[in-house]
Design a protein around this ligand. Structure first.
Ligand SMILES: Nc1ncnc2c1ncn2[C@@H]1O[C@H](COP(=O)(O)OP(=O)(O)OP(=O)(O)O)[C@@H](O)[C@H]1O
Ligand SMILES: Nc1ncnc2c1ncn2[C@@H]1O[C@H](COP(=O)(O)OP(=O)(O)OP(=O)(O)O)[C@@H](O)[C@H]1O
Ligand SMILES: [Mg+2]
Ligand SMILES: [Mg+2]
Lengths: 263, 263
């Protein structure tokens, strides 16, 4: 069964893209078939995975708004086998407003993924093991599409003060989705990111998150690490950029835990 | 003349709230009359400035959607004189979609500020010197309202790789606003934030931003500093939390430069 996870948190800069890119890379390097769908108009995941996403490239925008098949926009990640990417382009910035008046506006991504899975089967391609959807920092119709398409939500939480403030809003929105659009959606995974061991603040936030979500929080914690923030400037994940760094190891550990939980 | 600045950047976590709160605090402590308007549904600026913003509080949501006068939602910042705040509540999360079908949907914040300024004049209150609008990390109708209400845009740019990716999208959107909704809008100020002197990446990004925007970028640069990220957990700005820290001094310097440019 293909696991479809949406990586969401409307708080900005908490490590959604970094988590999507590095968990996907770690699983693909281990031999699993992984698709990353970038629905953030900024296209940071597309950049980090080295796939083109300038304005003339067919992208997830065309899939959501012009009914283009997902298979037609998917590109291979140049330096990781088994990892394919549906890129985001700048056109996606207008998609939220354009989606408002379309039919089945919340289901478009889910239907596109279902059709693509069928096509892979008919073409004799191996089944996808994982699909990760990188969301923008908002709770609009793009993120709603991701919540409807996914079975699981992976929430990265930065170990900073504001981290807990937006969480109740995010969980409320997920409840609404479960009630009206996708009853099977589950918050399966919470990952603590940018943990700076030198500060009390990080330890306090981490302790509070573990208390509220004992079952969902992974044991793996991603440290704040310069190597992680440098990797995207080389169009690489930290896993390929500096495999023995603390950042790479923590993402490898997190990927293993996610895979283990799905068994 | 009251200066109205919107603090915007759709990239998440770049220091929009931290910049709004600390520049506003520095100017108010210097004796200027400052209003902060929080239009981010997360309400981080409201938290950092110590004003209530739970679901039952009248907020900017009521101003934008229910035509409540701005003066009725404004609260005094408890530890800084001359600093008042229009808080955001969780209801604002639904405002983007609700605004789509309202009349004059892009002008609501501007009209509310104009009416409030009139009311202050009639009541014999001192004229506001500055209004800062803290935006969410998106380019939807809330941010559009801020762009229409403001004369200036202050863009915080994090000294990280993804910083430059979203910038062209932001500038394109501002051009659209200038063309159709607010011809007088100007990108007056760019502030480099979270500068980590230990990394080449920060220096490279800073150099590139200065090259592209020589006139807009302030000389003051805000360093990455734990004291800055700790201050909100005490409902304080770093200016009042630890006035002699590198973070507080850099925001004081940036505030002085902003004030100087406006002369
Ligand atoms: N563990 C880490 N250590 C150091 N830097 C990190 C770490 N994780 C992410 N970063 C950096 O922090 C910034 C924010 O991370 P990222 O872009 O992944 O967050 P995001 O939640 O996807 O942001 P947005 O809300 O804009 O989509 C990036 O510049 C990234 O390189
Ligand atoms: N100079 C700094 N040094 C260290 N930490 C900082 C600095 N500036 C901001 N932070 C911390 O980084 C995080 C992101 O900053 P902030 O919330 O101000 O960004 P934002 O752009 O307003 O985010 P959003 O996109 O969610 O609105 C916060 O936890 C904040 O405390
Ligand atoms: Mg991102
Ligand atoms: Mg903010």
């Amino acid at each position: 069964q293909t696991r479809v996870l949406t990586v969401s948190n409307q708080k900005g800069g908490v490590g959604k893209t970094t988590t999507t890119v590095n968990i996907a890379a770690a699983l693909a390097i281990a031999g699993l078939n992984v698709l990353v769908i970038d629905i953030d108009p900024q296209g940071n995941a597309s950049t980090a995975l080295g796939v083109e996403h300038h304005a003339d490239v067919d992208s997830i925008y065309d899939v959501l708004i012009n009914d283009m098949p997902l298979g037609e926009v998917i590109a291979q990640c140049p330096d990781i086998d088994h990892l394919i990417v549906a890129p985001a382009t700048i056109h996606l910035a207008g998609a939220e407003i354009e989606l408002v008046s379309l039919v089945a506006r919340e289901q478009r991504l889910r239907r596109a993924i279902e059709v693509y899975a069928q096509e892979r089967e008919t073409a004799g391609l191996p089944r996808l093991d994982y699909v990760f959807i990188d969301c923008p920092p908002s709770l609009g119709l793009l993120t709603v599409n991701a919540f409807v398409a996914a079975q699981e939500v992976l929430i990265p939480i930065q170990c900073e003060y504001y981290a807990l403030e937006g969480l109740s809003q995010l969980l409320k929105n997920i409840e609404m989705i479960q009630k009206h659009l996708n009853a099977g959606l589950v918050v399966s995974t919470i990952l603590l990111t940018m943990y700076d061991g030198r500060t009390n603040l990080a330890a306090q936030v981490a302790a509070e998150v573990r208390e509220h979500f004992p079952n969902e929080v992974l044991s793996a914690v991603v440290p704040r690490s310069v190597r992680i923030s440098e990797a995207p400037s080389y169009q690489q994940s930290v896993i390929t950029y500096d495999p023995s760094s603390s950042g790479a190891l923590s993402y490898q550990e997190a990927a293993a835990e996610i895979a283990e939980r799905g068994k």
